[in-house]
Write a protein that binds this ligand. Structure first.
Ligand code: ZN
Length: 266
């Protein structure tokens, strides 16, 4: 089994392994938590080793099959938002991104894109990137590959109809990196994109601390997971300005996944 499809992949939600890793770092444990995927560790040597292992384990043409982070020395990170668009939250996020000159990749659910095409157009107008997160947020782990093919293809069609462009990136719901997700991505011409660090509520921490955890643990080429869905993510617009300010204060640019991917090896 390729390195990147081992079943211990991180999952979306407040207590993902990534969150625990972040908590571990924040608690100054002093070393990266071992969670089975070296590319998720933050020490440079392990990141490099992980990149080589995943390179050997799974490649799709010239691209890594699964993008967890980008190997670059440029001070840039990708900010990604899953599960939208949502009229109660997405415009707030777009306004914040605009105010700070930041760009993001939105992994949208097809059902939400179809319902709120004006929000997709607003994302495009803001210079952001639209990517595929299936139609109904169905899980690769529990549905047939034919069901998932329909989910992904339908969403791709909805996005293309609104934006005029076919999305390039696919993120499996809940981060369940099933082998079917990779096979389907191959068939439909998608690059699978996961994430390196999650912007999540951490029990016992303030919103400010949640933002600070992410900002403190940045490395060039990381992909940050956030959400623009409600009501459970209504806190995101409250904490996002601080996160962005902190990231930019460290000299990092905030870019789309596509822009970050172009920095590979630079
Ligand atoms: Zn999701």
């Amino acid at each position: 089994m390729p390195e990147s499809v081992k079943p211990n992949s991180p999952r979306e939600g407040p207590f993902t392994p990534v969150s625990w890793l972040v908590i571990g770092v924040a608690a100054a444990v002093g070393c990266s938590a071992g969670i089975g995927l070296a590319t998720l560790n933050y020490r440079g040597t392990e990141t490099a080793r992980g990149a080589r292992r995943s390179e050997a384990g799974a490649r799709l043409g010239s691209q890594p099959r699964v993008l967890w982070s980008v190997d670059t020395r440029q001070k840039a990170v990708a900010l990604t938002f899953d599960d939208g668009p949502d009229p109660r939250i997405t415009r707030k996020i777009l306004a914040i991104l605009h105010r700070h000159g930041a760009r993001a990749t939105f992994f949208v659910e097809g059902r939400n894109a179809a319902r709120y095409p004006e929000l997709i157009r607003a994302e495009i107008a803001g210079g952001h990137e639209i990517a595929n997160h299936t139609f109904n947020h169905r899980d690769f782990q529990f549905n047939s590959i034919e069901m998932m093919r329909r989910e992904v293809a339908h969403t791709g069609g909805v996005i293309e109809k609104i934006t005029g462009a076919r999305p390039r990136y696919l993120r499996p719901p809940r981060g369940h990196l099933h082998l079917d997700a990779l096979k389907l991505a191959d068939r439909l011409g998608y690059q699978v994109v996961m994430w390196s660090i999650g912007f999540e509520r951490v029990k016992g921490f303030t919103l400010a601390q949640d933002a600070d955890i992410v900002a403190r643990n940045l490395r060039p080429g990381l992909i940050v997971l956030a959400h623009d869905s409600s009501p459970t993510r209504a806190w995101v617009p409250k904490a996002l300005p601080r996160l962005i300010r902190k990231i930019q204060a460290r000299g990092y640019r905030i870019v789309t996944v596509g822009e970050l991917a172009e920095m590979q090896g630079t």
